[in-house]
Design a protein around this ligand. Structure first.
Ligand SMILES: [Zn+2]
Length: 585
């Protein structure tokens, strides 16, 4: 059946339902069992891939309230491809027809896959989702739960509002600084703003930058003993309020000023609360290849904490291949350490442009940073240091940096242009042009750069320890295409077209694996009684349309997405529903 006729049949069947016309199969709709007497929604005729990694099977999926009921179909019913269970009599007649009360909505899923909604282990939506709670770039990919507070950058806890606002300004090139109230000070408060107010479920981590800014301030110095104890107690409280663990982003001040020992102490606290250590590693460390990941594993080892390396990928400029990176994690596992990772399937990374600046210039927080950006002597020192780093980067960095998220009208024309371009137009040295843009437009400028080497992506995406984290960024007109296309790219290109991994395995890595990693027990699988987070897609049509040139294109082939039993994507249209919950660990 074509997608158009399926949609029409779907609409017609809903509109013309009568108990004595087409009937649903003989599910015990009226048997008042523990999930209730009536189906609110019935997904008929699909192939269920339940998220466990097992092969798909023929089953209908019922939703009662916010919960699931899985209704396997006898094998012979599936021998009638293309039947329409409701518009005609078809296979529905094999049913015993107890359904005196029709489902409120029936979705015809013949030829489609029904899977658990995807759980994204890395999202930059902690603020932006409050400004745009429909969160369409993610819903349209099939995401139903996402993890925020990544990269050490969480927006709670912040006992002092001035610290929260300074942190928002510092990180605006990555997480945005939308005009919202910023009227919370704790994890409980932040989660309270998100609960039932946004389209996806949200789980949060506590960033070590938030702890450090609140306890030790913004300076580039080691934490003192008493400060570590204070950070631990803030973290303990945040874990009790529902956080899933600790995050670090060791390119991002002030969290990057923490040493290995400090991070191990904090991770130990996270582990005590059954949380994980989720880390964007210190990429500038040691050999700038394996040493950053060795530090992450060492932190997990010392802390006795599950360590999760986020956006784990191989750069073309590394001195070795991807195999030693993956072998490092495998040998940690063999040693008995609990180490996992997530990846995204695109060659384009993204961050705040400030990430190009060394740590010392950011010491003291945004006011000190802005003073230095305006100071000729600091700029000269920066030009030397950054110029040197770029010269040894192994690629033409100014041509690699694509700029975005400008505010000043006179800078808007540079949206989506490279730093090399802009510098040429300004007749300036590229480093000098970058510093001038940060000084003149603000700290919120974003960059998109080449990241993962295309040839090594499959090794990470297909690896059994790997899960998916989109690292989706919602600022600028030209974000990395990962924001719009990560899941459909894996399912279309990596699974179907290139056969790099099986469909059930890919779905496991997107659903039950991240749920288990976070300790979410009632999502990530299609099982009776689980929360009804569901995605329905066409395995033949699914594909990402988001590219470097056109990153803001929605994917094809994902027709329905349900969050807590409510349809949020209906025939590829966002319904406006905001059923997401704040998940508490
Ligand atoms: Zn990130």
């Amino acid at each position: 059946m074509s997608s158009t006729s399926r949609r029409n049949a779907d609409r017609a069947s809903t509109a013309t339902w009568r108990p004595d016309a087409g009937r649903v199969p003989d599910y015990p709709c009226s048997v008042g069992d523990d999930i209730g007497p009536t189906f609110d929604l019935l997904i008929l005729g699909g192939t269920v891939i339940d998220g466990s990694g097992a092969e798909g099977f023929a089953a209908d999926v019922a939703i009662v309230g916010d919960r699931l009921r899985i209704l396997p179909r006898p094998a012979q019913e599936d021998a009638e491809p293309g039947r329409d269970a409701l518009a005609g009599s078809g296979g529905a007649d094999s049913a015993a027809a107890e359904a005196s009360v029709p489902p409120k909505r029936v979705i015809d899923a013949h030829g489609l896959v029904v899977a658990p909604g995807f759980i994204d282990l890395h999202s930059h939506s902690g603020l932006m989702i409050l400004a745009d709670p429909r969160h369409e770039p993610k819903l349209r990919q099939g995401v139903t739960t996402e993890l925020i507070g990544v990269d050490g950058n969480s927006y709670a806890p912040f006992p002092r509002r001035e610290d929260l606002l300074a942190f928002v300004e510092l990180n605006a090139g990555l997480d945005g600084d939308p005009p919202i109230a910023y009227d919370w000070d704790s994890v409980a408060g932040h989660l309270g703003r998100l609960d039932r107010s946004v389209a996806v479920n949200v789980a949060c981590l506590v960033g070590n930058s938030a702890l450090r800014a609140s306890v030790a301030g913004w300076d580039d110095r080691p934490a003192k003993g008493g400060e570590i104890a204070s950070m631990r107690s803030m973290l303990r409280e945040a874990m009790e309020e529902g956080a899933f663990g600790l995050s670090s982003g060791l390119d991002y001040p002030p969290g990057s000023y923490a040493d290995t020992a400090e991070l191990a102490e904090l991770s130990e606290e996270a582990a005590r609360g059954d949380g994980i250590y989720h880390t964007h590693v210190r990429y500038q460390l040691g050999d700038r290849y394996l040493d950053p990941f060795r530090e992450a594993i060492e932190i997990g080892r010392r802390a006795g904490a599950p360590a999760h390396i986020t956006h784990f990928y191989h750069r073309a400029t590394y001195p070795g291949g991807p195999e030693p990176m993956l072998a490092l994690l495998e040998s940690a596992r063999a040693e008995g350490l609990d180490v996992t990772f997530d990846s995204y399937p695109y060659e384009w990374s993204s961050s705040r442009l400030l990430i190009e600046l060394p740590g010392w210039v950011q010491s003291g927080g945004p006011p000190a940073l802005k003073r230095r950006l305006a100071d000729a002597e600091s700029r000269r020192r920066l030009a030397g240091e950054i110029g040197e780093r770029w010269a040894s980067a192994g690629l033409d960095v100014p041509a690699d940096i694509r700029l975005g998220n400008f505010r000043k009208p006179e800078h808007r024309r540079w949206e989506g242009r490279t730093l090399a371009d802009v510098a040429r137009e300004l007749s300036a040295d590229p480093v000098e042009a970058m510093l001038e843009l940060l000084a003149a437009d603000g700290l919120h400028v974003n960059e998109v750069r080449s990241g993962p080497a295309a040839a090594s992506l499959p090794a990470f995406i297909a690896h059994p320890l790997g899960m998916v984290g989109t690292d989706s960024v919602f600022v600028g007109e030209y974000p990395s295409p990962r924001t719009y296309g990560s899941y459909p790219r894996i399912l279309g290109e990596f699974v179907r077209d290139r056969k790099l991994l099986s469909l059930p395995e890919a779905i496991r890595k997107m659903t039950s694996a991240p749920a288990a990693r976070l300790g979410i027990r009632d999502r990530g699988l299609l099982r009776d009684g689980f929360f009804a987070d569901v995605v329905v897609f066409d395995p033949r049509r699914i594909r990402s349309l988001a590219t470097y040139e056109e990153p803001r294109r929605f994917p094809e082939g994902i027709d329905y997405v349900m969050v807590n039993g409510q349809l949020v994507v209906d025939g590829r249209r966002h319904t406006g529903a905001l059923p997401g919950r704040a998940l508490r660990h």
